[in-house]
Design a protein around this ligand. Structure first.
Ligand code: UGA
Length: 437
């Protein structure tokens, strides 16, 4: 099929390359000429495992091209909207500017038989609103919603082999052509029995925000348990293992620690609350503000622990920060708990030195005040305390004896509960974590 992808960020760049990999003819559009130049030369503008490989093969096959010129989408019949919906400044709501301007720019090039397929995470009601915009401009193109569930770090695999597909189609207008177009786009995944939910557009929009809200709630639930565990001498990891064996609960997303961050979960729960309030239903999702508060509290808990473990005075103490990305296998530092902890310690007067295997570039741009090390060893050298805040494999596998030999004082705060306390204590460390004795 001939498809266009509008927006070349974490979602759109992967989607465009994956669509080409699946055999479609793809034109990908972004307003940022630097990003387009990088992508067109086969360079991924951010760290995402597997993306450079599919990008090069798609470019070599000539099934993928990048442009800043929207007119090049003419001739494509399916247009994916994959731009960002960040938190609006000074508000909890989603900033819809990019979605609206993408659709406005697209409208002049739409044919009446085309499909505008939303992938961005949006407030419920958006597709209806966008359809009104398209219709008002005199186009008969159909607006449908097809939310994306990819995880950063696994984005290529999640796009090519998703765990489910959701098509939100307006039953009132051209039901069958939209369904058959989407079936053709995703024919490879559908051929392997990927579950498909065909629904209305409002449900499709809600599915995405509900999924992310549920995941955020699960994490804050276990972090709340870690607060209780800590006060009572219980062990939150063993608690998570034990409740996780109940298939109704499940063990995934029950890892207590510094909490969730990134460009999705935090802003999505806030945007959902804002949208519910607009609908006069704020109380239905009032618990999400509690989820947010529990989550943000974890960051301060980690900071307080570091200060306490240093004897109550952090000024000029050398603190090795291990990890800055919001999670491993990503260089994304948007709303990163790790970066937040580094900043708070820096503001308290600690002598912070941080290392992340992939996020140095983004951190240097958004938080130039945070000094960066070249590797974990350099960060640990002469440190008074180490804080593991992003569980990159190389940190999880750190040898406590080697780390101890480098440091001035053997102290570590494991803010992701991923190290073996016995092994670190055996190496002479003062080891602490969140909710484990
Ligand atoms: C999330 C969802 O998982 C995707 O399904 C969704 O498509 C995406 O948002 C999106 O809306 O685009 P992502 O932001 O890549 O994906 O990250 P997750 O893997 O969900 O992790 C989010 C945060 O939760 C990370 O900071 C992670 O460290 C934290 N987390 C995760 C925990 O603190 N504990 C856990 O047990 C699991």
């Amino acid at each position: 099929m001939k498809v266009s992808v509008i927006g070349c960020g974490y979602l759109g760049a992967v989607h465009a390359a994956a669509m080409a990999e699946l055999g479609h003819q793809v034109v990908a559009v972004d307003v940022d000429p630097n990003k387009i130049a990088l992508l067109a030369s086969g360079t991924a503008p951010f760290f995402e495992p597997g993306l450079p490989e599919i990008l090069s093969s798609a470019l070599a096959s000539q099934r993928l091209r990048f442009t800043t010129d929207m007119s090049e989408v003419a001739g494509s019949s399916v247009h994916f909207i994959a731009v960002g919906t960040p938190q609006k400044a000074g508000s909890n709501a989603a900033d819809m500017t990019y979605v609206d301007s993408a659709v406005d720019a697209l409208i002049p090039f739409l044919n009446d038989e085309d499909f505008v397929v939303g992938k961005s995470t949006v407030p419920v009601g958006t597709s209806q609103r966008l359809e009104e915009k398209v219709t008002a401009a005199g186009s008969k193109a159909t607006v449908v919603w097809n939310p994306e569930f990819l995880r950063e770090g696994f984005a290529v695999q999640d796009t090519i082999s998703p765990d489910r597909l959701v098509f939100g189609i307006n039953p009132g207008s051209s039901f069958d052509p939209a369904l058959s177009a989407l079936r053709e786009v995703y024919s490879t995944a559908l051929a392997t029995d990927t579950p498909l939910v065909v629904t209305d557009r409002a449900t499709a929009e809600l599915v995405k925000i509900a999924a992310n809200s549920f995941l955020a709630t699960k994490i804050s639930f276990i972090n709340a348990m870690s607060e209780i565990a800590e006060a009572t001498g219980a062990n939150v990891t063993e608690l998570a293992d034990a409740i996780g064996y109940d298939a109704r609960i499940g063990r995934r997303f029950l890892n207590a620690g510094v909490g969730f961050g990134g460009g999705c979960l935090p802003k999505d729960i806030r945007a959902f609350s804002a949208r519910a309030e607009e609908l006069g239903l704020g109380s239905s999702v009032a618990f999400l503000s509690e989820v947010d508060e529990i989550n943000l509290r974890q960051r301060q808990r980690v900071v307080d622990r570091v200060v306490a473990d240093c004897g109550g005075d952090i000024v000029d103490k050398k603190v090795a920060i291990l990890g800055l990305a919001f999670k491993p296998l990503s260089d994304d530092v948007r709303d990163s708990p790790a970066l937040d902890v580094a900043r708070r310690l820096h503001e308290l007067g600690a002598d912070v030195l941080a290392f992340d295997p992939e996020a140095s570039g983004p951190v240097a741009r958004v938080a130039p005040e945070i000094p960066l090390a070249q590797n974990a060893q350099q960060a640990l050298l002469d440190a008074d305390i180490a804080v593991l805040v992003t569980e990159w494999p190389e940190f999880v596998q750190l040898d406590p004896r080697t780390a101890g030999d480098l440091m001035a004082h053997k102290r570590i705060v494991d803010a992701r509960n991923v190290l073996d306390p016995a092994a670190w204590r055996a190496a002479g460390f003062h080891y602490s974590s969140l909710g484990r004795p």
